[in-house]
Design a protein around this ligand. Structure first.
Ligand code: MG
Ligand code: MG
Length: 248
């Protein structure tokens, strides 16, 4: 069931979203060669709790940390730990927070020091594909208008779109209906109406779209070990157009 949020709920989600957006901005400043993913996680938890919110990933299906940190060929759900980031790595940070009983969810892929031109292009195209999707997040459109727009942009750039993981509705729960695929034909799925809130989150690979989960049961990697990037925001569909709640 798709839940429609009233203006008070949208305001709560705006506040939760701001916590997530601010946290990701702060993490961008501290990510550099030599830092461990556990240290990034520790700081994320500190930033979230300082803003009066709670990290929503911690304990979610037993997830042991406050953020997901996915490096290079890791796509999503990487677990922070003693891995030391190196010059030239790329790292996707996925962050969720709950405030006033409502969720915010967003992800960015950051470069660590100076990265290859190829890696930088992947990061940029992934981010741009999100905005191509958001352009279609309009009242009266169909859900997969968003999906198709993301896929077309990413594939026209020569990349592939992850199929096994998708975006989602969001509200009191982190994952609500509907699923928001980053691929597919346009004009399908539910009609977009005012008050829907969606986490739109393209996961884009340089190589093959296929992914596999590692033996820790969490970390998802590309089958061909090609680089992968992730860009996500929580987006409210409103009469005047989409509002990105997690972008500050
Ligand atoms: Mg997320
Ligand atoms: Mg999400």
């Amino acid at each position: 069931m798709i839940t429609i949020k009233n203006s008070q709920e949208i305001e709560y989600m705006r506040q939760a979203g701001r916590v997530v957006g601010e946290t990701l901005l702060k993490l961008e400043e501290i990510i550099r060669p030599g830092i461990t993913t556990a240290e990034i996680d520790r700081l994320a938890e500190e930033f979230i709790t300082k803003q009066g919110a709670k990290p929503s990933f911690k304990g979610y299906y037993g997830f042991p940390a406050s953020i997901c940190t996915s490096v290079n060929e890791e796509v999503v759900h990487g677990i922070p730990g003693d891995r030391v980031l190196e010059e030239g790595d790329i790292i996707s940070v996925d962050c969720g927070a709950i405030l006033n009983g409502y969720q915010g969810d967003a992800a960015r892929t950051f470069s660590v020091g100076t990265v290859s031109e190829e890696a930088m292009r992947l990061i940029n195209i992934t981010k741009e594909s999100f905005f191509k999707g958001v352009e279609k997040a309009l009242v009266g459109n169909k859900l997969t208008d968003i999906s198709h727009s993301i896929q077309k942009y990413a594939e026209d750039a020569g990349y592939s779109v992850v199929r096994d993981y998708v975006g989602h509705g969001i509200g009191k729960e982190m994952h609500e209906d509907p699923e928001v695929p980053n691929f597919g034909r346009p004009g399908r799925g539910p009609k977009l109406i005012s008050g829907m809130v969606l986490a739109i989150e393209p996961m884009i690979n340089i190589g093959d779209y296929r992914v596999v989960t590692q033996s820790n049961d969490w970390t998802v990697v590309t089958v061909d070990k090609s680089l992968s990037a992730h860009y996500e925001n929580t987006v409210a569909i409103l009469p005047d157009g989409p509002e990105i709640l997690t972008l500050v």
